[in-house]
Design a protein. Structure first.
Length: 175
């Protein structure tokens, strides 16, 4: 059977499966038959894509959860820092999970950068309340963002670091 004909049959079977015109088991069997086993792989890819999307959404939720934990709970500071560190580790794990999926890898990078910035500012705030130290930490992290963005060709990190530095300079001038 030629490829175009097989492709038409596979598309029709997927349409039937999607609209429940045939039982799912029959569609899976016929898809496996006509795609020579590749139809099952497409199903696995879809499941993996759904898992990846849900995990990316979870990672995105870590930023508001961090703000809730730090600013709106009465937890001890040490417990807050442990929780934020755990969130950073979850986003790092997300980076290694999404290495092959180029469109999702940027979510854990952005979240990790912001969570590390929040954690370092909160740690500095609890240990000392000196403003110059906070400016130095923010400047150092913005420089790391810029270098990392330059090396990996992630221009959003370059833009974020430039905006951060501009806001820091404006803040210093207005003080």
């Amino acid at each position: 059977m030629n490829k175009q004909r097989k492709q038409t049959i596979v598309e029709e079977l997927e349409y039937w499966k999607k609209n429940r015109m045939l039982p799912e088991q029959y569609c899976d069997y016929l898809l496996a038959l006509y795609t020579e086993g590749e139809g099952v792989q497409q199903l696995e890819r879809r499941k993996k894509k759904i898992f990846s999307t849900l995990y990316a959404c979870l990672i995105l939720l870590l930023i508001p959860i961090t703000f809730l934990v730090i600013y709106f709970t009465e937890m001890p500071v040490h417990l807050q820092m442990v929780l934020v560190t755990f969130f950073i580790l979850v986003s790092f794990f997300g980076y290694f999970t999404f290495r092959r999926e180029h469109f999702l890898i940027h979510i854990p990078v952005i979240v990790s950068a912001l969570l590390i910035l929040i954690l370092s500012i909160k740690l500095l705030e609890t240990n000392t309340s000196q403003l110059p130290a906070t400016f130095i930490i923010i400047t150092f992290q913005a420089m790391i963002w810029f270098v990392m963005g330059y090396l990996k060709k992630w221009y959003y990190l370059n833009i974020a670091s430039i905006i951060t530095m501009l806001l820091l300079v404006v803040n210093i001038i207005l003080m």
